[in-house]
Design a protein around this ligand. Structure first.
Ligand code: FAD
Length: 296
């Protein structure tokens, strides 16, 4: 089923997982993660795509297990910064064979080990989206990424938003945001997007901040602001991993309550392959999340 069809009926709660990285390429540890996440009845689970390294090719396999073993809709991410049209056709045909109907079409970033020019048939995510729509008319629901605090390569919010409009015009049927810790950035993005005619659902990406070092690294990488309250708590509990985990879960819970109360189109939790964290969030606010599942 296409996620766009689910979104026509309800707001969604979903998870992101990534193919485990290890030298042997063994991904069996992810199956326990999916099993545990499945008990939370998400509307869908998305699987990230690594353009290089041992996880190449695992996205299709994992997306297929989510869909065909657990009966949960899956979204396969795909980046195009190093891809040819043939690569994309092959990937999409594999997804079709496995009945995976949903693709998150991304540009991706230059691989860290690249020494300069990378070869690709696509300049931007919107070109990938357009190509898939043309090659497989009506076969896939395509989504795109968006950035409440502006993509790091964009020169300003307005131009990033214009590019986002082009992405939606090229066929992105819903959007998932980059992580943010200050909900006001999400509300600003939604408000300004609606003003320029971006009318597709914009799902809010929430990442529980579980570990101080990792949080600081991720925030720097994604260019997202750490609000004063969270930064005070990080400083206080920097050397106390268990306390920091409680801080992270609590912070995510409060973010989600606020997002639900303000009518966010969907909540997409970056699980970091830690199902116990998603479980903990769910057990903190079961009625609030239930109200999301059973919308009028
Ligand atoms: P694009 O939409 O192509 O935008 C890239 C930049 O180009 C932006 O600055 C935009 O403003 C600008 N731009 C777009 N169109 C134009 C134009 N016509 N003229 C001028 N400028 C333009 N990375 C992975 O490697 N694997 C993953 O699985 C993955 N999953 C992700 C999931 C989500 C929800 C998010 C938010 C990000 C994910 N990423 C992933 C990271 C993503 O690949 C990077 O953020 C990347 O730098 C941008 O990808 P994009 O698809 O948003 O690019």
């Amino acid at each position: 089923m296409k996620i766009s069809d689910i979104l026509k009926q309800k707001k969604t709660i979903s998870f992101e997982i990534f193919p485990p990285k290890n030298k042997s390429g063994d991904i069996s540890s992810i199956y326990q993660t999916i099993e545990e996440l499945s008990h939370l009845n998400p509307d869908f689970i998305s699987v990230t795509y690594g353009a290089g390294g041992s996880t190449v090719g695992k996205t299709v396999e994992i997306s297929s297990v989510i869909k065909n073993t657990y009966g949960i809709e899956s979204v396969a991410h795909l980046t195009c910064i190093t891809s040819s049209k043939e690569d994309v056709l092959k990937y999409c045909n594999e997804l079709k064979e496995k009945n995976v109907d949903n693709i998150l079409a991304l540009r991706g970033d230059q691989p860290l080990d690249s020494t300069g020019e990378v070869n690709s048939d696509f300049a931007y995510a919107k070109d990938l989206s357009k190509f898939i729509h043309e090659a497989f008319p009506d076969e896939f629901c395509i989504s795109g990424a968006c950035y409440p605090e502006v993509h790091q390569e964009a020169d300003c919010f307005e131009n990033d938003l214009k590019a986002l409009k082009e992405k939606v015009d090229a066929g992105a049927e819903y959007l998932i945001t980059q992580i943010f810790f200050d909900n006001n950035y999400y509300y600003r993005l939604v408000k300004e997007a609606r003003k320029i005619g971006i009318d597709v659902p914009i799902l809010a990406g929430v990442m529980p901040a579980l570990n101080s070092q990792q949080l600081l690294r991720t925030a720097k990488l994604c260019g997202c602001t750490i609000p004063y309250q969270l930064s005070t708590e990080i400083q206080k509990f920097y050397n106390h991993p268990e306390a920091m985990q409680e801080v992270g879960i609590n912070y995510a819970v409060h973010q989600i309550i606020d997002l639900v109360a303000n009518g966010a189109d969907g909540i997409h939790i970056y699980t970091m392959n830690r199902p116990e964290i998603a479980k903990s969030i769910f057990s903190n606010i079961p009625s609030i999340l239930k109200s999301y599942y059973e919308q009028d």
